[in-house]
Design a protein around this ligand. Structure first.
Ligand SMILES: [Zn+2]
Length: 336
């Protein structure tokens, strides 16, 4: 190994930390049960302790280039602060980047978790061959990230790439962001469960109803299992996912004409239940997609919509990549 960096993925239930070298080789991964509910100070202290452990172990064989931290929420890149995060209420407007830099004496980059995942897929996953791509992470919510010319596109303040809040139905289901009909309300795991409940309320499916009696078992995964068995209402739920994705991604294709759109997150494993509807909808909604679809002009030159490859590690690898791209090193910054 040569120089390396450390990526952090701050999830809702655990904190994952990985040391990764410049070739993308995983040196070591730690999973801490540092629940964010225990507060900012606790999490930051546990995170710094684990980073110090990794640094002590690997510093003999290479330089630590810095730390990238993927955080769920809106980030102010210039200030290195979390502006808004439902999962991390006490992180709001706290100078978290500067505080961690002070404790560890190395470069720290704070990034949105979905942006980190996009960078991970660009570096080592589905987007390796592409300089430009968009990524959708279909999880509890729908995250998004944009990579242009090999770098994350941050927009003016760092809040760009919120592809989950593209409006797909003007008067649709209310969204946590304050709007209505956002993609997130039709393509997240939460949305899959809600749409299944709506089907039950309309009396459309006894099988879904039966499944819903055990709320612990009523998940997007079990609804997907019913869909692949051919259950009509469950199939329709995933067709709704595909339709919403087709509308949302179609708008992106029209706006940016990127060569690649990557779909990751837990719900992406239901690909075979939503992809057909998604592609149909994309051709209908986006003439640009229609003109550039791989079945029309070939895979090499076509607009590719594909599944992510790195699973839940995308954000971790992407976060580790950030300090490498910044070109900082402890030496350059005159640190030891
Ligand atoms: Zn929204």
């Amino acid at each position: 190994m040569g120089d390396y960096s450390i990526g952090v993925d701050l999830g809702g239930t655990n904190l994952r930390i990985a040391a990764v070298d410049g070739d993308g080789k995983l040196l070591e991964k730690l999973t801490l049960g540092a629940e964010v509910a225990r507060g900012r100070e606790f999490v930051i202290t546990e995170m710094c302790k684990a980073i110090e452990t990794l640094r002590a172990k690997y510093n003999g064989s290479g330089q630590l280039l810095g730390i990238g931290i993927g955080v769920p929420g809106f980030i102010d890149m210039a200030a290195g602060m979390v502006m808004e995060s439902p999962n991390l209420p006490d992180w709001k407007s706290f100078p978290v980047r500067d505080e961690i830099e002070r404790r560890l004496n190395t470069t720290v980059i704070l990034e949105n978790d979905a942006n980190s995942a996009a960078m991970g897929e660009k570096w080592l996953g589905a987007g390796r061959q592409y300089d430009h791509m968009a990524m959708y992470t279909l999880g509890t919510g729908v995250g998004g990230g944009l990579v242009l010319n090999g770098r994350l596109w941050h927009g003016m303040t760092g809040m760009a790439g919120e592809l989950g809040h593209f409006n797909v139905y003007a008067d649709g289901h209310p969204c946590g962001c304050g709007s209505r009909g956002c993609l997130e309300q039709y393509a997240s795991a939460t949305a899959v469960v809600r749409m299944a409940h709506e089907a039950i309320a309309r009396g459309e499916s006894e099988e879904l109803e039966k499944l819903s009696h055990d709320p612990g078992q009523f998940t997007s995964r079990s609804i997907y299992n019913l869909a692949v068995q051919g259950e009509h209402a469950a199939k329709k739920v995933f067709e709704n996912v595909g339709r919403a994705l087709g509308i949302g991604i179609g708008a992106m294709v029209n706006a940016l004409n990127l060569p690649m759109y990557v779909i990751g997150g837990g719900v992406s494993s239901a690909w075979d239940a939503f992809a057909t509807t998604m592609f149909e909808e994309m051709k209908f909604r986006s003439s640009i997609y229609s003109l550039t679809s791989p079945d029309r002009i070939g895979h090499e030159k076509g607009t590719i919509i594909t599944r992510a490859l790195l699973g839940s590690d995308a954000g971790l690898y992407g976060a580790a990549r950030l300090p490498m791209l910044e070109g900082f090193s402890q030496l350059e910054k005159g640190r030891h």
